[in-house]
Design a protein around this ligand. Structure first.
Ligand code: AMP
Ligand code: GLY
Length: 433
């Protein structure tokens, strides 16, 4: 029978988590999800369909089924205190308690914590609770600012002056938000993601990944949840130097230490979104969970068992021995409905075609009468794993290109041309600095 493990969440990230759990053997999988993800459902012994933030119902399901451990995919149930209630019910959880999840769910807390502990990489910022003070600050501040609502917005709340808004637009936006905002300096550089497992004391990093937020090729179009991502065989990225990487990793260690000292040890996946600037790494934000799509890059590379990682985290004895990844490249491409993100065409039938060697992760897709249909968000993801980036890219591209239906994907993710652009941009910024 093995250990009974629950995965919470219904997206591509959770399908990848479920797959990694099942691959580690000795696990019986259960799932709690807002809607039926056909990929996860196929792997699970039993599923609960219902709101993931209804943490009491999830806990009741866990008790009824005798579930022993849980991996929490999305942030909303963390904010609703799912780990607190599941730990009370005796489960071992991969995910932080509500108070530690504030790193993600309260952007003002996150910035203030970094300042309190003198953690480097924190951009210049101010926190506001009233619209008029925030408006005055914008009026008097000569440089462009980034406006961030303090709470969770599903990745859609950030506005950048000089990109999305002018000064008057920025003032109107903070008024619309009721003044509960963090205003911070606009950073210029290349973004990347550093994800790590932590048991509250120890931190073990996973390969670096770069996500692509913009909907269209060449990083144009509206922001999305992430259109795809890649990682390289050396687990680094060619536009990040060894010392820049060390700087980012140090920041992550410092955050784990700070949260422990504050009495809220962070246990789970710490996700650092960094801006590599000409002056080194700066923190865009922390998330309290795997990234979606970034989970789909790192989890297929794991050669050590997720079930064992869970146990070592439970014992507070996590070390790098327990988290080993293959030295391969990965490219993840999301297939999304035409019109996504602003006017997605839902209810369109898809024919997947032959995925070849690509891994397939279902996301926001409905299975009806043996066919798959789009919903309003990202539909499904293909991941190529290969000895080189080119090989991984071709595997993912071929699979995504074989899908028939009213959908699209970004053909440029993981291509040499895109990488060359990032490298040239960083060289220019370091030269200016
Ligand atoms: P978030 O919702 O915090 O992930 O922010 C969404 C996106 O806004 C990030 O991926 C960045 O591209 C951008 N962003 C956030 N903060 C900053 C900043 N201080 N400077 C420049 N861009 C930023
Ligand atoms: N890929 C960005 C996120 O998961 O928040």
């Amino acid at each position: 029978m093995g250990m009974k493990v629950l995965v919470v969440g219904s997206g591509g990230r959770e399908h990848a988590i479920a797959q990694a759990l099942v691959c580690s053997g000795g696990i019986t999988l259960y799932a709690a999800m807002a809607r039926r993800n056909p990929g996860i459902a196929r792997l699970a012994e039993k599923v609960l369909i219902g709101r993931e933030t209804d943490v009491k119902s999830v806990a009741a399901f866990a008790r009824e089924q005798g579930i022993e451990a849980a991996v929490i995919g999305p942030e909303a149930p963390l904010e609703a205190g799912i780990v607190d209630i599941l730990e009370d019910a005796g489960l071992l959880c991969l995910g932080p308690a509500r108070a530690a999840a504030r790193l993600e769910t309260d952007k003002a807390f996150c910035r203030e914590m970094m300042v309190r502990h003198g953690i480097s990489g924190c951009p210049f910022h101010r926190t506001f609770h009233g619209a008029e003070e925030a408006a005055d600050f914008i009026r008097d501040h000569p440089e462009d600012l980034v406006i961030k609502p303090i709470g969770l917005t599903g990745g859609k709340g950030v506005r950048i002056m000089g990109e999305h808004l002018d000064r008057d637009g920025a003032i109107a936006y903070v008024r619309k938000l009721g003044g509960k905002v963090v205003l911070e300096e606009r950073l210029i550089g290349e973004e990347y993601t550093l994800q790590a497992f932590s048991d509250g004391s120890h931190l073990v990093p996973l390969p670096l990944v770069q996500d692509h937020k913009r909907a269209y090729e060449g990083d144009t179009g509206p922001n999305t949840g992430g259109m795809g991502s890649y990682s390289l065989p050396d687990h680094s990225l060619p536009f990040v130097t060894a010392s820049e990487y060390e700087g980012a990793l140090r920041i992550m260690h410092d955050v784990i230490g700070a949260m422990r000292r504050e009495g809220h040890p962070f246990k789970g996946i710490l996700y650092g979104q960094f801006m590599n600037t000409g002056e080194g790494p700066r923190v865009i934000e922390f998330n309290a969970r795997f990234g979606d799509p970034e989970a789909m890059n790192v989890l297929p590379l794991l050669t050590t068992d997720m079930s064992e990682i869970l146990c070592h985290i439970g014992e507070g004895q996590l070390s790098s021995r327990h988290v080993q990844c293959e030295h391969k490249a990965t490219v993840c491409k999301y297939v999304v409905p035409e019109g996504y993100p602003d006017g997605p065409r839902a209810g369109e039938r898809l024919e997947l075609g032959n995925p070849g060697d690509a891994l397939v992760y279902y996301a926001n897709v409905e299975e009806r009468g043996g066919s798959l249909y789009t919903l309003t968000s990202r539909t499904l993801a293909y991941v190529g794993v290969g000895d080189s980036l080119t090989a991984a890219e071709q595997t993912a591209e071929k699979a995504a290109g074989n899908v028939r239906g009213k959908v699209f994907h970004r053909k440029d993710i993981g291509t040499p041309a895109l990488l060359a652009k990032r490298i040239a941009h960083m060289e220019e910024l370091r030269h200016e600095a």
